[in-house]
Design a protein around this ligand. Structure first.
Ligand code: PAF
Length: 280
């Protein structure tokens, strides 16, 4: 159905698909019993390519995504332009090679804010000299396809190295010893400083209201929370439960480095801890 209507006309979305002609683009909308002014619809399509449709009878949100193509931006400038005026942005920073763990962070972000922005950037500052920076899996095309299917992410920010570090990064965020230099921080000197520094850049550009982190990287979650608190960054850090495979192994891009024996060990560690927790 092609709608022709006046700007102020209320459009009622029924139980069928509507094709709405907007400039050169044909955009598909589907919804149930939802009313919206044509001018609002146009604005939503123009601005966000996404509409959240509210069922007037039940009051329920009916997520209606009109255009499955996410915006893929590479520069801070483009990102700021896309997000200008947005006050409820929800952000999920990642290093890519997206799996179900990442996707569930993005689904959660969608419940906390709108639009959802995801970033993919393999941050050299958080890799030690003998770590896997060079061989860290970079799968941008597959990642974009997954985000298109997910339909919850409005902008993907996947900058180049030069965009993030146009000059050597001489300012950095120091983490306190008793948080950043223990446990993983002790084994990976400079790791949390690298994470905090890149997140400070991303937060200052995305200016999210909410950012979602997985509990899988629990120490990282604590570091980020404390950094935001001490710098009084106006961002709420939301934690998502660890997502595991059917055997109990936490999903992680680095699982590919584990041998079968190491995987079995990781699973048994988790099972033992869960068992102990149940008996406490
Ligand atoms: O957890 C990660 O993937 C990274 O440490 C993060 C938060 C994207 C910062 O580079």
């Amino acid at each position: 159905v092609i709608i022709s209507a006046e700007e102020e006309d209320l459009i009622k979305f029924k139980d069928y698909q509507i094709k709405y002609l907007l400039g050169d683009n044909t955009v598909e909308v589907s919804g149930v019993g939802t009313k919206m002014k044509l001018s609002q619809l146009k604005l939503a399509l123009d601005y966000k390519k996404t509409i959240t449709m509210i069922d007037l009878n039940s009051g329920k949100y009916n997520k209606g995504i009109t255009n499955k193509t996410n915006l893929y931006v590479k520069t801070f400038l483009e990102l700021r332009q896309q997000l200008s005026g947005q006050l409820r942005t929800a952000y999920v920073p990642t290093m890519g090679n997206l799996h179900e763990g990442h996707l569930s962070l993005m689904r959660m972000a969608r419940q906390y804010g709108d639009p959802v922005v995801a970033s993919i950037f393999v941050n050299p500052l958080q890799f030690g000299p003998n770590e896997d920076f060079d061989k860290y899996p970079r799968t941008l095309e597959e990642d974009i396809a997954k985000l298109e299917d997910l339909r919850d992410v409005y902008v993907l920010f996947a900058p180049t190295l030069k965009e993030i570090y146009p000059e050597p990064q001489s300012f950095s965020v120091q983490t306190p010893d008793n948080l950043g230099n223990i446990l993983e921080g002790e084994a990976r000197p400079g790791f949390f400083e690298g994470v905090s520094t890149v997140l400070m850049k991303f937060f200052s550009c995305v200016q999210p209201k909410v950012a979602v982190f997985g509990k899988k990287d629990y120490q990282q979650l604590m570091v980020v929370r404390q950094m935001c608190r001490q710098f009084q960054l106006p961002v709420e850090i939301v934690a998502h439960e660890t997502v595991r495979d059917e055997h109990g192994l936490a999903l992680s891009s680095r699982n590919r480095y584990l041998s079968d024996d190491e995987k079995a060990e990781a699973i048994s560690l988790y099972n033992t801890l869960t068992h102990m927790e149940a008996r406490l």
